[in-house]
Write a protein that binds this ligand. Structure first.
Ligand SMILES: Nc1ncnc2c1ncn2[C@@H]1O[C@H](COP(=O)(O)OP(=O)(O)O)[C@@H](O)[C@H]1O
Ligand SMILES: [Mg+2]
Length: 446
């Protein structure tokens, strides 16, 4: 993409309505525009990051054996009357009437609808286990939408639902989700800690929230700081191996880490003092096991291997896809702007032409742009007639992790400059070598 032809409405001033840094930077970098309280348009740069995040979520769900589908945003109220949640959900649910005066709602979540799909098409243990998920917009009429996409009213969520014949199988599904979520967040450059949580309105037996540590987080968290050192890294996990998956979950949930809802002061006091931490966190996902809470009232029944009819065992598992943009920025920025982790960056590299109109500089930039594209890397080429300082400021604000700077002086020596946004360190390289370096860097993030 050439910046002169792109749509990147950056703001010079700090928007006064933004209270936290991620919201401020998303507005300043021209990523989102608020259309109503808690409802946003995703401008091209924001949309690109949203799609990258969505893609990682899909890849990791599919790797875990989960199956994508797509359910609508609008749902008939009758389904929710069956589970008893139509009245229980309260004012957070946006209720709508169609022209025939039928009660509809904009889905805040999809347990009822997926249970309806399941009961209509599955009747035997032979078709289990099954996990279906989608990535779809949700609406919750939050009392206090705030912090930009962090607590919106309309927001994008991945929600998945497992169906299993018995509790051990459903617990394996729960564990499989935990591991797939850990992988998902790591690929986005995040450390998200699974913390035992309260089950809230979804209701059930077992639940963990995934929290990214940040001062601006809405949840108070209590943890042994050694949990922040745990990494999955590039180890392969066999999702069909129950013991292996459970082992990974054990590794990540043994050290103390809880939100204020389940905090246990006595247990917390047992942690060596130097590791005992109280802080704040952003909830970027949550997994639930709830057994037959929906299958029983809604009649989602399967025949087991003894010929008996039993309600299916279920759980639901959510990732806050749109919230993740805010969480990533909270975790990765400096005074100049955003610093995108390689896994989610909207463009792989920026190209800054120091002297637009100079024959050699223009040609070198064009050649770099094409070479990167040929290597499967997307560049944002700042080809505007602007001062170098202004071009650098834009690149720093929008946070591309790598910048190639091209100018007549370097070209005389046959080099361009490759700069890391994170460290600020620069390296002089032949243009081909800069491309090769970027190929190598991004190969580690595929
Ligand atoms: N209002 C919101 N705006 C943005 N993301 C949200 C919002 N509410 C929930 N999410 C995201 O969706 C994920 C799954 O939702 P869920 O756990 O059902 O919500 P909640 O924790 O509000 O009950 C949450 O972990 C969070 O990341
Ligand atoms: Mg939650």
């Amino acid at each position: 993409m050439r910046l002169s032809r792109y749509f990147l409405p950056v703001l010079k001033e700090n928007p006064s309505e933004a209270q936290i840094v991620s919201h401020r930077l998303m507005l300043r970098a021209g990523m989102i525009r608020q259309q109503a309280a808690g409802i946003y348009s995703w401008l091209p740069l924001g949309y690109k990051v949203l799609k990258r995040i969505e893609q990682i979520v899909h890849e990791e769900q599919i790797r875990a054996g989960h199956i994508p589908l797509l359910m609508p945003t609008l749902q008939p109220a009758d389904l929710w009357r069956e589970s008893g949640r139509y009245d229980a959900y309260g004012a957070e649910m946006l209720r709508i009437k169609d022209r025939h005066e039928r009660d509809m709602l904009y889905g805040p979540t999809n347990e009822e609808m997926i249970t309806d799909i399941f009961r209509s098409h599955v009747g035997s243990y032979k078709d289990l286990p099954l996990t279906l998920y989608h990535i779809q917009w949700k609406f919750r009429d939050e009392v206090r939408p705030r912090f930009g996409v962090m607590r919106g009213r309309e927001f994008l969520m991945k929600d998945g639902y497992n169906f299993d014949i018995d509790k051990p199988s459903a617990l394996h599904a729960y564990n499989r989700h935990m591991v797939s979520y850990l992988r998902t967040y790591e690929r986005m450059g995040l450390t998200a800690i699974p913390m035992r949580a309260d089950s809230g309105p979804i209701g059930g037996d077992d639940t963990h929230e995934f929290l990214v540590l940040a001062q601006t987080g809405e949840s108070e968290v209590f943890y042994d700081d050694r949990v922040t050192q745990l990494k999955l890294g590039d180890r392969e996990v066999d999702y069909d191996n129950w013991d292996e998956v459970a082992g990974v979950c054990k590794e990540f949930t043994t050290l103390y880490a809880r939100t204020d809802e389940t905090h246990d002061a006595a247990k917390f006091a047992e942690i060596p003092e130097e590791h005992r931490k109280v802080g704040r966190g952003i909830e970027v996902g949550q997994i639930f096991f709830f057994g037959t809470k929906y299958s029983e009232p809604m009649g989602a029944v399967v025949v087991n291997d003894k010929g008996e009819r039993v309600p299916v065992q279920m759980g639901s598992h959510g990732i806050g896809v749109s919230r993740l943009l805010g969480a990533i920025i909270e975790a990765s920025h400096d005074e100049k702007g955003i610093i995108w982790p390689e896994g989610v960056t909207p463009f792989h590299a920026g190209i800054v032409n120091l002297k637009q109109g100079d024959g050699a500089a223009d040609a070198a930039c064009e050649a770099l742009y094409k070479a990167l594209a040929a290597a499967g890397l997307e560049a944002l080429y700042d080809d505007r007639n602007e001062r170098a300082g202004a071009k650098f400021a834009t690149m720093d604000l929008i946070g591309l992790p790598w910048r190639i700077t091209v100018g007549p002086r370097g070209l005389e020596k046959g080099v361009v400059e490759l700069t890391s946004r994170r460290t600020g360190e620069s390296e002089e390289l032949a243009p081909e070598a800069a491309v090769a370096r970027l190929v190598e860097i991004y190969a580690a993030h595929r």
